[in-house]
Design a protein around this ligand. Structure first.
Ligand code: NAP
Length: 256
């Protein structure tokens, strides 16, 4: 099969290490012929992400903290300076205070609520605004979400509300950007062991529950999420926008 993303440039936000979902996506994009650009949050991740970028044949990578307006301006300017259009944006970023993922949702603080919304949902809006003008040939924007947006998942709490916001933002952005042939979708991944997931209390219980109850009788793999990202980034996904696509071994259909 020919490379599905040949000639495309993809910006991938959220690679922290080789367990990150964003890393699986970056690898799949490179396999399909895309030029990949990575960003990381700050100096703490710089060395790790530069090493991973080297594995992608020396992908460009630079720092971008999505809560900092100056970083978003720099992001736009650095991409614009290349002179090439941007085709794909992957938003694979989330954060909430650890204590808000352990105590009852009722106890969520105002600051903790706002922080989770800012990093995990509003950043999709602000990053899209920064890069959409560079998608002069149309484009595909996608983010990563989780079932806790739609159902109550124990200990997901403030992050579930942030993911609901992210999914709604996906629909509004799809409506705004559709006339420019920019598609906006979310991939709802099943639970995957990553650094972020370790912040969720009793996460291994969630993995065990999904493996026993999901139609496919297992958890999903990062590579499966990444292949759905390839579909959305490629011409194969050209009719799909405003959607949340579940890549979760079918768990979301299960009732009793
Ligand atoms: P991860 O490797 O820890 O990725 C999360 C990324 O968000 C990290 O690179 C982190 O950077 C970055 N980030 C946090 N605050 C940021 C900020 N202010 N500016 C820029 N980057 C920031 O974990 P992951 O599981 O792959 O998460 C990726 C996405 O998938 C998230 O949206 C998550 O909610 C979603 N998701 C995960 C699962 C799962 O079970 N793992 C399931 C469904 C959806 P630092 O490490 O430097 O903080």
């Amino acid at each position: 099969m020919s490379a599905l993303l040949a000639g495309k440039t993809a910006l991938v936000l959220g690679v922290a290490n080789r367990w990150s979902i964003a890393w699986a996506i970056a690898q799949a994009f490179q396999r399909e012929g895309a030029k990949v650009i990575l960003t990381y949050q700050g100096e703490r991740q710089q060395k790790t992400v530069e090493e991973l970028a080297a594995e992608l044949g020396g992908a460009v990578c630079f720092s971008c903290d999505v809560t900092q307006e100056a970083d978003l301006t720099t992001l736009h300017d650095r991409l614009a300076a290349s002179g090439a259009p941007l085709d794909v944006l992957v938003h694979s970023i989330a954060f909430a205070n650890r204590e808000d993922l352990a105590r009852p949702f009722l106890e969520t603080s105002r600051d903790g609520f706002a922080l989770a919304q800012d990093v995990s949902a509003y950043s999709l809006v602000s990053v899209s605004r920064a890069v959409a003008p560079l998608m002069t040939n149309g484009g595909s924007i996608m983010s990563l979400t989780y079932l806790g947006s739609q159902r109550v998942v124990t200990n997901y709490n403030v992050m579930g509300v942030a993911k609901a916001s992210l999914e709604a933002a996906t629909r509004y952005l799809a409506a705004d950007l559709g006339a420019k042939n920019i598609r906006v979708n979310a991939i709802s991944a099943g639970p995957i062991k990553t650094a972020s997931a370790r912040g969720i209390k009793d996460f291994s219980t969630v993995l065990d529950a999904v493996a026993s109850r999901a139609p496919l009788k297992r958890n999903c793999e990062p590579a499966e999420v990444a292949d759905t990202a390839v579909f959305l980034a490629s011409n194969l996904g050209r009719g799909v926008t405003g959607n949340t696509i579940y890549v979760d071994a079918g768990f979301q259909i299960v009732g009793l």
